[in-house]
Design a protein around this ligand. Structure first.
Ligand SMILES: *Cc1c(COP(=O)(O)O)cnc(C)c1O
Length: 369
């Protein structure tokens, strides 16, 4: 039995009729740009996250960049980001004209190490951009406390964590603003690029709304940076259909992750943690193992999909090495990137498939006598 890392076709098969109907309705209405499905989806997603506002945009990267800009982050400012994340987290800071300042990963949760944030704060620091990596919330109480103490704003990178909960509160509602991605493989995925900003701040919502649409607060008055980062109406319609299923998909991911955890608990793998009060949504099921490359090759030969999220910490990407970052700067993140592997995870994966993956891992780690 081969097991893919992810299979999007199953959920589209199930939702095909409903999605087709929603798209046909748009063809009838022709409200292609910022149509009624965009407005409805924004209302529904804000309600889902428990925020006053949600503003749809064209990607997760745009959501983060516009959040930072709306909060006044720009040239000359520094923004604290984890070294261990997808490169778009830091790219959002760069696009906003500011400088990302990296902080090492926590050796246990793999999220930003909150004990190392304060030493990275300088008089130029304007914001902290924590990531809820793989679906596990960052330690927001500590982060919000540091922000308050130093007069900083907080933007959550929620791109991997739709539906995650931190101490009773949905992520996306904890910072001054949050950016979500609906890249097709995310926990809530469009059929193309899409993203959204959530916030309780009227001024942030208004600024993002203006910047996504040629900088207009008022029609034909282009006051703010005149970008086009609009959320496409077709994507919004698909997301409305899928949002109804997000909680059941998250439950399924959690059940499958717990199945992996039980079956792997006595193996030499380091498993993902879920500290008390944290509700992990397992966008990715990532484990840590010394001979990672050999394991990945072994699994591939047996038809088991896997991936590395990510093979290099962001500060070692060529773009940031050029800016003076170097190997050895963030040892926890660097070691993690050599040892992590993402195993098959998607809501429609079966427990039997999880058992096949674990059996193959055991075949490799404990060779038959
Ligand atoms: C996917 C992702 C992004 C960017 O989202 P896009 O929609 O691809 O622009 C940003 N940060 C993290 C952590 C992500 O996983």
């Amino acid at each position: 039995m081969s097991v893919p890392l992810i299979d999007l076709s199953i959920q589209h098969q199930e939702l095909r009729a409903e999605i087709s109907q929603a798209l046909n309705n748009i063809l009838d209405r022709c409200d292609f740009i910022l149509g009624q499905d965009v407005t409805r989806f924004e209302e529904e997603f804000a309600a889902y996250c428990g925020t006053r506002y949600a503003v749809g945009v064209d990607s997760g990267l745009s959501a983060l960049e516009l959040s930072l800009r709306a909060l006044g982050v720009g040239p000359g400012d520094e923004v604290i980001v984890p070294a261990h994340t997808f490169t778009a987290t830091a790219a959002a800071v760069t696009f906003a004209g500011a400088t990302p300042v990296f902080v090492d990963a926590d050796p246990v949760t793999w999220n930003i190490d909150v004990e190392k944030i304060e030493e990275a704060i300088t008089p130029r620091t304007k914001a902290i951009l924590p990531v809820h990596l793989y679906g596990l919330p960052a330690d927001m109480n500590v982060i919000l406390g540091l922000a308050e103490k130093h007069g900083l704003v907080v933007v959550e990178d929620a791109c991997q964590a739709h539906g995650a909960v931190y101490k009773g509160q949905k992520i996306g509602s904890l910072g001054n603003a949050a950016g979500f991605s609906f890249y097709p493989t995310k926990n809530l995925g469009a059929c193309g690029d899409a993203g959204i900003v959530t916030t309780n701040s009227t001024s942030v919502a208004e600024a993002v709304r203006a910047m996504r649409n040629c900088g207009q607060r008022v029609k034909n008055v282009h006051e703010l940076p005149p970008f086009n980062h609009r959320l496409d109406t077709f994507q919004a319609a698909i997301l409305r259909v899928k949002l109804n299923h997000l909680d059941e998909w998250v439950d399924s991911r959690r059940r499958l992750a717990h199945h992996y955890n039980r079956l792997l608990e006595n193996s030499e793998l380091t498993l993902p943690v879920e500290p008390p009060g944290y509700h992990h949504v397992y966008h990715l099921y990532v484990v840590r193992v010394k001979n990672r490359d050999a394991l990945q090759t072994f699994l591939k030969e047996r038809g088991i999909g896997s991936a590395i999220h990510y093979p290099q910490p962001v500060h070692l990407q060529p773009f940031y090495v050029q800016k003076g970052h170097y190997k050895g700067q963030f040892p926890v993140a660097e070691a993690l990137c050599d040892e992590i592997i993402s195993l098959p995870m998607y809501p429609e994966l079966t427990e039997e498939q999880v058992e096949v993956v674990v059996a193959e891992i055991n075949n490799m780690l404990v060779p038959a006598q």
